[in-house]
Design a protein around this ligand. Structure first.
Ligand SMILES: Cc1cc2nc3c(=O)[nH]c(=O)nc-3n(C[C@H](O)[C@H](O)[C@H](O)COP(=O)(O)OP(=O)(O)OC[C@H]3O[C@@H](n4cnc5c(N)ncnc54)[C@H](O)[C@@H]3O)c2cc1C
Length: 449
């Protein structure tokens, strides 16, 4: 049996698994689906939006064919299980690139749409969903609907960012972005504190396709908030595409203890700072090293040991960011919790067609913690409150524990998605949040029916 966990490895998958081909065959034969199913992409969501312990997961990965690619217009149609890495390898030699890529290329096309993922260029391109021309959606009634802004528009909007609850995306058509080369010209700039970062960030966005900051969350006192701003633009000369090296380090098994303690983190952050510090200035960087640095080590999430890793990603509006983000980082330090990877990005104001899309104008902070049980929970509740008080939102597809009220506060349009949810599609996340709200407030699909 394959691997059907979520990326945080906080718990083992208990769901039964069925292939996409079997699900499609059953529907074609009029046999229906089991009572609770959820599409599974490549499990790169951190928490339980891709899990369905009480039911069945539908594995989309074998459905990974590119159906059509027009190298003049950059429009590609593919099956939803296609991996982003394979899409890039196919289209980049012809001068095209996905307009939005997250921090890993090991995600499926269906997962990119269902979570409406964002990249380091939200300020220019918005989310992945902004570039989806159309998709076909198979529902448990056995009917396939073509969805776009002009056809079944409500289902289109509910499915983009709809976390797999509206049906099975079978194929999708996406408009790619023309580039001179997949590789980028990267500029690394150090900053000594968050104030300096905020002074640089807006201009960096205005001048560059991509921008992201890595912060040394462990540095306290006068060095608190120090880090590096990494901006980049696709190269305009050189080969359009050099394949990424296939040699990758790997963590072969899950160690019985968490190897990421305060000392190893200090070492990592120090080494990262040293390496990046040396490279200050503009340099040509491979697309893999700029966009997907964490992909270089397979199974790095196993280093967090038997209790796994919890990520907290928040977005707070511009007006409150300068106060809230330093306060959130200080809260983590005060709680004695060290974030292994701390990333700060600026979202722009391009609206997504998706009803439950996470990005909104402001700054987004991502913190990775090893799961220390109650202590981490208490910290996350504090971070949640700070986010909501600042008028922000917490990312559901990075989450494994947010409460129903927090979800409601951040994603008021969940009721519209619930009303369009396929009756047999469910996730553990949705059971924990929306369905609780549905029963306590008499909202959701039952009220709508
Ligand atoms: C190292 C790392 C870095 C990351 N960086 C970013 C980042 O910068 N920005 C960002 O936005 N995200 C980021 N992510 C999160 C990741 O990009 C998303 O969670 C992505 O959606 C995972 O895709 P997947 O194919 O693995 O889908 P899964 O995680 O398996 O599933 C995601 C959701 O999509 C649904 N789904 C999957 N396939 C289909 C289908 N065919 N039809 C309908 N629904 C479907 C599932 O039901 C589930 O709700 C990162 C993750 C990792 C591990």
């Amino acid at each position: 049996m394959g691997d059907y966990s979520a990326f945080g490895l906080v718990r083992h998958n208990k769901a039964r698994v069925m292939s996409a081909a079997e699900a499609i065959e059953r529907l074609g034969a009029g046999n229906g689906l089991p009572s609770s199913v959820l599409p599974y992409g490549n499990g790169r969501s951190y928490g339980d939006t891709c899990l369905n312990d009480a039911g069945t997961l539908i594995d989309m990965r074998p459905m990974n064919r590119i159906i059509a690619f027009d190298a003049d217009s950059g429009v590609v149609t593919a099956q939803a299980g296609l991996m982003l890495s394979d899409l890039i390898a196919h289209v980049a030699p012809q001068g095209w690139f996905p307009p939005v890529v997250p921090g890993t290329q090991f995600i499926t096309l269906g997962g990119a749409i269902a979570n409406d993922v964002h990249g380091k260029n939200h300020h220019r391109r918005g989310t992945f969903g902004c570039h989806v021309v159309s998709f076909t959606l198979l529902r448990s009634d056995g009917r396939t609907r073509r969805c776009s802004l002009d056809e079944n528009a409500e289902l289109f909007r509910a499915t983009i960012g709809g976390m797999g609850l509206t049906g099975l995306i079978v194929t999708a058509t996406v408009q790619l972005m023309k580039v001179g080369a997949a590789d980028v010209d990267e500029r690394v700039r150090g900053f000594s504190g968050l104030g300096e970062y905020f002074d640089l960030a807006e201009q960096a966005d205005a001048e560059n396709e991509y921008a992201v900051a890595w912060i040394d969350q462990l540095a306290g006192g006068a060095r608190a908030g120090r880090g590096f701003l990494l901006t980049a633009n696709h190269a305009t000369d050189g080969e359009p595409f050099k394949p990424a090296s296939r040699r990758r380090l790997s963590v072969p098994f899950r160690p019985p203890v968490n190897l990421l303690n305060r000392w190893s983190l200090r070492l990592f952050n120090g080494a990262f700072a040293w390496q990046k510090g040396r490279a200050e200035g503009i340099r040509r960087a491979s697309y893999a090293s700029y966009f997907f640095p964490l992909d270089a080590v397979r199974h790095w999430n196993r280093l967090y040991g038997p209790r796994g890793l919890l990520q907290h990603q928040s977005v707070v509006p511009f007006a409150s960011a300068r106060q809230t983000i330093p306060a959130m980082m200080a809260a983590a330090r005060d709680a004695g919790q060290a974030s292994f990877l701390t990333v700060l990005k600026r979202f722009g104001d391009t609206a997504s067609p998706g009803l439950l899309s996470f990005p909104r104008p402001g700054y987004t902070l991502t913190l990775d913690f090893s799961n220390a049980g109650a202590a981490t929970n208490a910290l996350f509740e504090r971070l949640d409150r700070m986010t909501v008080d600042a008028g922000g939102a917490v990312n559901p597809y990075k989450d494994a524990r947010m409460g129903a009220a927090l979800f409601d506060a951040s994603f008021g349009r969940w009721r519209d998605v619930e009303a369009l949810r396929d009756p047999v599609f469910l996730s553990d996340f949705w059971r924990r949040t929306a369905l609780q709200l549905g029963s306590s407030q008499n909202g959701g699909r039952h009220a709508a029916e």
